[in-house]
Design a protein around this ligand. Sequence first.
Ligand code: GDP
Length: 197
Amino acid sequence: MKIKSAEFVISNTDVFKCPKENLPEYAFIGRSNVGKSSLINMLTNHKSLAKTSGKPGKTQLINHFIINKNWFLVDLPGYGYASVSKDKRKTFQKFIKDYFNKRMQLACTFVLIDSRHAPQKIDLEFMEFLGINGIPFCIVFTKADKLNKSTLPKNIEIYKKELLEYWEELPTYFISSSTDKTGREEILDFIQNVNDS
Ligand code: GDP
């Protein structure tokens, strides 16, 4: 898919204030610092559509962008950042959960996982939540450029094994690097295919 336009639409914490247009929607979520903003900017060919920052936990809103005037890209808050107060963390969870349970046009969620790290409970639990609620998702293993050629497949294998403890089938997954644009075409083509189906 070619990206012809990418524009910010609205930010909020209320699913009912999200755009009313019935366009297919693709959400991006993951632990803070996983590389979500960088991936969104890489996919859309923008330097700063999503804010990248060294400060984890900053994006605490549901951010809608309209791409090619025919689908929404949604940047969701990063989860699992320790220095956000427990109370605040609960509100995030509530409005994130509301978003997933009520946003009917959500076509697919991309769960971002740092390819350098061993499987983390918070990510596995989040995918379990999606599964239980019948919300389609894919995994994106980020920052692939940070690993050497033998460690990357080894880490992916470890992850797959862990997932197969919980899931009968593996979800679709992508490997990405925002530095060298690995995975860009595959992810955009996947979105195109879902939009066309
Ligand atoms: P977010 O908190 O998930 O939105 O993460 P950011 O996109 O802000 O990235 C967090 C940090 O990781 C920043 O310092 C980025 O430059 C770095 N980063 C993100 N993606 C990549 C990648 O694909 N490769 C490398 N080498 N660094 C990355």
